[in-house]
Design a binder for this molecule. Structure first.
Ligand SMILES: *[C@@H]1O[C@H](CO)[C@@H](O)[C@H](O)[C@H]1NC(C)=O
Ligand SMILES: *[C@@H]1O[C@H](CO)[C@@H](O)[C@H](O)[C@H]1NC(C)=O
Ligand SMILES: *[C@@H]1O[C@H](CO)[C@@H](O)[C@H](O)[C@H]1NC(C)=O
Ligand SMILES: *[C@@H]1O[C@H](CO)[C@@H](O)[C@H](O)[C@H]1NC(C)=O
Ligand SMILES: *[C@@H]1O[C@H](CO)[C@@H](O)[C@H](O)[C@H]1NC(C)=O
Ligand SMILES: *[C@@H]1O[C@H](CO)[C@@H](O)[C@H](O)[C@H]1NC(C)=O
Length: 411
């Protein structure tokens, strides 16, 4: 009798085990060779490592010869080639250890008008990707309606990270611009009130005062930014194929001479901070070359921050990206788009977009993703922006790990 009981017990355990293996296997096996769940997460960069700009330039710089996908492949797979221990340079201080006893990496974003899920998404991208023991995000608000942030349903769940990780700050132009001589002669033109022109100014003002990385509110942080942040140069990125800056991502040091040149130049030019004028303000003689202005603010290749731009602008029409978007709206599309995965025909594919969309294979290699101005577009859960939002939310609720295989820091 006892023998039979033991036998039944073993059979039941065995069944559990087989079921466990089976479930585990379907969980890890890629559907139809799509291979998405086999992709590895990233490793955080090694402490004190920074990028080598010459290598980034060599592998991503020439937009006529180097397809964005090859640049991204390089960024994803060849970190050992472009990241090096901080070189000893006179007057330059190496990256501090990552803890709250040392200055943190500082990010800034600016928001006008009522707060929406889009601003919350940027804040979540910060929490999902950056090393939180040594990062802070300043959210600059130009809005008196939302001063009681508890009333805002998008922001309320994020208030527990404030002020340690995320600090809300009221944008007060007259206060900030009276605080330093560099703004001598400034005036507030009427056209500032409701326009991107104000945000073009804000980034230089907050970076001049605090230093850090400014990102536009339609940008998501995708990778640990330390290797760029602590590299020994200030930077922004290239405006598609033009030899001009796109300041949607802008790294400046506190009170740097470059920010002072831009601020003084813009004030002289009727408060015009448009990115197409930045090179002029940085020119030490008329029309300095990019090689010259790069010594002040380095113009990094756009692929690192904005991987779709060259294809969208028909500079690299044959580019095959992953996901293979054609235009900026594709980020918001709830259905599978033709050629999203080359060879996959959306008309015969009977799965859900969720089967093939995974935050782990969203433009691997990029540092940020700039989704370009679709402020009013709804975030549908099966769109790419939707699955990214879900991944952030699951991470913040402690259910899932981030790309670095970490759970959220408990506060
Ligand atoms: C799946 O991914 C692995 C590692 O990234 C790769 O070696 C393998 O060839 C891929 N398989 C398919 C069917 O794409
Ligand atoms: C504040 O709310 C009022 C209506 O209550 C609205 O007209 C105005 O546009 C809002 N201001 C901002 C900056 O969103
Ligand atoms: C902004 O918020 C205010 C108060 O919360 C509301 O009355 C107003 O309609 C909102 N404005 C827009 C443009 O949504
Ligand atoms: C902005 O700063 C000025 C000068 O410090 C102050 O008079 C004004 O009340 C401030 N405005 C707001 C909305 O806090
Ligand atoms: C500098 O550039 C401007 C605008 O492109 C042009 O009009 C001007 O002639 C240039 N000056 C020199 C010295 O090349
Ligand atoms: C989404 O993609 C489908 C398939 O390409 C297309 O028919 C549809 O127009 C797209 N929707 C939007 C809002 O762009």
């Amino acid at each position: 009798m006892a023998l039979i009981k033991t036998f039944i017990f073993i059979v039941i355990i065995g069944l559990f085990y087989v079921t466990y293996i089976y479930l585990n296997t379907i969980h890890h096996i890629p559907d139809d060779g799509l291979n998405s769940s086999l992709l590895n997460g990233y490793k955080r960069p090694k402490q004190g490592y920074v990028v080598r700009v010459d290598r980034l330039e060599k592998n991503c710089g020439d937009i006529r010869k180097i397809m964005v996908e090859n640049c991204l492949k390089y960024l994803d797979n060849d970190e050992d080639d472009y990241m090096i221990p901080f070189p000893t340079v006179e007057g330059a201080s190496p990256p501090p250890p990552c803890n709250r006893d040392h200055p943190s990496m500082l990010f800034h974003v600016f928001w006008q008008g009522n707060i929406t899920d889009k601003l919350a998404l940027l804040m979540k991208s910060f929490l999902y990707t950056q090393p939180l023991e040594c990062s802070t995000l300043y959210v600059w608000l130009d809005n008196l309606n939302d001063t009681n942030l508890n009333d805002n349903k998008y922001i309320r769940p994020l208030l527990k990270y404030s002020p340690t990780l995320i600090e809300f700050k009221l944008w007060n132009m007259s206060e900030l611009l009276s605080s330093s001589d560099v703004y001598a002669g400034w005036q507030e033109p009427d056209y500032f009130l409701k326009s991107v022109k104000l945000s073009d100014l804000v980034r230089f003002v907050v970076l001049h005062k605090y230093g850090g990385i400014y990102i536009d509110s339609d940008v998501l942080l995708v990778r640990d930014m330390r290797p760029l942040y602590y590299a020994n140069f200030e930077f922004s990125y290239r405006w598609s194929m033009k030899n001009e800056y796109n300041t949607a991502v802008l790294r400046l040091w506190k009170q740097s001479s470059s920010s002072e040149m831009v601020i003084r130049g813009a004030i002289k030019n009727n408060m015009d901070f448009h990115p197409f004028n930045i090179r002029k303000y940085l020119s030490t003689y008329e029309n300095s070359s990019v090689q010259e202005t790069n010594k002040l603010i380095y113009m990094l290749p756009s692929a690192l921050f904005d991987p779709l731009w060259l294809k969208r602008d028909r500079i690299q029409t044959k580019s095959v990206l992953s996901p293979n978007f054609r235009k900026f709206d594709d980020f918001f599309n709830s259905s599978i788009i033709p050629d999203e995965i080359p060879g996959l025909d959306p008309t015969t594919f009977d799965g859900s977009p969720l089967d093939i969309r995974n935050i782990d294979n969203f433009f691997r290699g990029i540092f940020t993703y700039h989704w370009h101005n679709q402020w009013k577009t709804k975030i549908h859960p099966t769109s790419w922006i939707g699955i990214i939002q879900t991944a952030y939310d699951e991470f913040l609720s402690g259910k899932q790990k981030n790309l670095y295989n970490e759970y959220i820091l408990r506060l």
